[in-house]
Design a protein around this ligand. Structure first.
Ligand code: 4AD
Ligand code: MG
Length: 477
């Protein structure tokens, strides 16, 4: 018999048909009721065992965590909370789970505890729901770009240029760490290394995506990126997934329009397709927030918040306007900010971003036209000579979710910028070629995938929205 998934069975009209299903036992009550789940959906299927018909030794093996194959008859359920159930005829144990040692018992486990058991935590309702939403978001992202004429582009993971400046990098080398070859000046001789030069894991696929946008028109990357910053926050990972669209002939306005439409579209997709999981996650969040002081609780429940994003325009504000708002804000005047805002040019900290989004505008904000000094070398210089066509999208509870810009397409301006910043032209010769041959206005942005998953699921810590998080001092599993 062909196995069915729990999800399929739960939406089947019962007519005493024979069914076969595999899964893990969530609970086994009164030696009679097995709640079985296979990950296909949030809900379990109830399987009713006539214990007199089965071997006692076999029933003893059934406990939370046991992997089972069940054959039986699908009938309308007498019990509350489910429409169908299986009257079990055959039970096969794939593998049992000793209740003395199996950590995922049917009780509330803390997220911290489950982080230590990252290989088993997906068997809890919370993590299964988060990971199903993560998968749906990932599909929605590919679908959005495909529907809008973009090509999926695979940026290299190992990179030889370290000029992006987005963060500290992880070195990739095959040299013997105990006895690396040395050059005449006593420094490590990377000419002897695998690639004949220093290489690192990429912090962003942008520069390579620019090359491809200048031939394919509209491309996007969706892959892992790596940053060796020592940031132990609830928003930073050392390995995270980033989506980076890059579009020829797009200026900053078109870039902002795309980013806003894109985010709204993928959130609509999960609102339509992940209802059950989102409802569960919303309830989880409400329970979690009960233990917090009123002021720290979110004003909207999860689904309401997602709908709010989809239905409302993001507020677009220049950096200069934002600085004025912040300078005159209550927390700034009362010296409540850790980094007080004094003058134009200050880099914005997350406390400032959150003030703008959560207290002042109360909606997502796109900040644009930042001072050139606090942004990357490749952003297009404005006529004023001191700001660049940068944009960051700030989200409630998350802070920066997107960073992007219109790129500097003028060879001379770009070269001058690189010179002042001490970036070697030789190292980025190919990037400069893009401005030598058929250059054009172009733009793009990067969306941190885990921050989007965090926002979508209401999970407070980024370590709980990626299967196996990589953070300082932590690469178990
Ligand atoms: O603002 P960032 O550094 O931008 C870039 O890397 C550009 N090259 C993107 C582009 O224009 N193509 O990073 C983009 C986004 C951030 O807004 C944030 O959401 C996420 O990536 N991000 C991180 N997410 C998790 N952990 C980290 N350490 C992150 N650093 C950035
Ligand atoms: Mg940024």
């Amino acid at each position: 018999m062909k196995p069915s998934s729990v999800k399929e069975l739960l939406s089947t009209t019962p007519s005493h048909q024979e069914v076969l299903v595999n899964g893990w036992v969530k609970t086994f009550r009164s030696n009679r009721f097995i709640a079985l789940n296979d990950g296909s959906c949030l809900n379990n299927i109830q399987c009713v065992v006539d214990f007199e018909a089965f071997d006692e030794a076999l029933l003893k093996e059934i406990a939370t965590g046991t992997a089972l194959q069940i054959e039986g008859i699908l009938v309308a359920s007498q019990g509350k909370g489910q429409s169908v159930e299986i009257q079990v005829t055959t039970l096969r144990v794939h593998g049992s789970a000793d209740p003395e040692t199996y950590p995922i018992q049917p009780k509330k486990h803390s997220l911290e505890f489950l982080r230590e058991k990252a290989h088993l935590r997906v068997r809890t309702n919370t993590f299964a729901a988060v990971m199903r939403v993560r998968s749906a978001l990932s599909f929605a992202i590919h679908k959005y770009f495909r529907d809008n004429g973009f090509y999926y582009f695979h940026a290299p993971i190992i990179t030889g240029s370290d000029a992006e400046g987005a963060g500290e990098m992880f070195r990739v080398t095959t040299l013997d760490p105990k006895a690396p070859p040395l050059a005449e000046d006593g420094e490590i001789d990377y000419k002897e290394d695998f690639f004949g030069k220093e290489t690192n894991l990429t912090v962003s696929g942008q520069l390579e995506a620019e090359a491809y946008a200048m031939g394919l028109g509209k491309v996007y990357t969706f892959g892992p990126t790596f940053r060796a910053e020592n940031s132990n926050t609830s928003r930073h990972l050392a390995e995270f997934w980033m989506i980076e669209p890059e579009m020829a002939f797009y200026d900053l306005d078109a870039n902002m329009d795309l980013a806003e439409d894109f985010i709204k579209e993928v959130l609509s997709y999960i609102l339509e397709n992940c209802e059950e999981d989102l409802q569960f996650l919303e309830k989880r969040l409400l329970d979690e927030e009960k233990s917090k002081p009123q002021a720290e609780r979110s004003e909207m429940a999860l689904i309401e918040k997602l709908k709010f994003i989809v239905e409302n325009n993001f507020k677009r504000v220049t950096y200069t306007e934002a600085i004025d708002i912040l300078r005159n804000s209550k927390p700034n005047k009362k010296k409540k900010f850790e980094y007080p805002i004094e003058a134009w040019g200050a880099d914005l900290q997350s406390e400032h971003e959150r003030y703008l989004v959560e207290k002042h505008f109360k909606c997502p904000v796109i900040l644009f036209d930042y001072p050139a000094k606090i942004k990357a070398f490749y952003m297009r210089l404005n006529e004023d000579g001191k700001t660049v066509r940068a944009m960051d999208i700030l989200f409630p509870g998350i802070g920066e979710i997107v960073g992007g810009s219109q790129r500097e397409e003028r060879l001379e301006v770009l070269k001058e910028k690189m010179n002042t910043l001490g970036i070697d032209e030789k190292e980025l010769w190919w990037y400069l070629d893009l401005r030598r041959f058929g250059t054009a206005v172009h733009s793009g942005f990067g969306l941190g995938f885990e921050r989007l998953v965090q926002f979508s699921t209401g999970m407070g810590n980024i370590r709980d929205v990626i299967p196996f998080p990589r953070t300082p001092q932590n690469a178990e599993f």
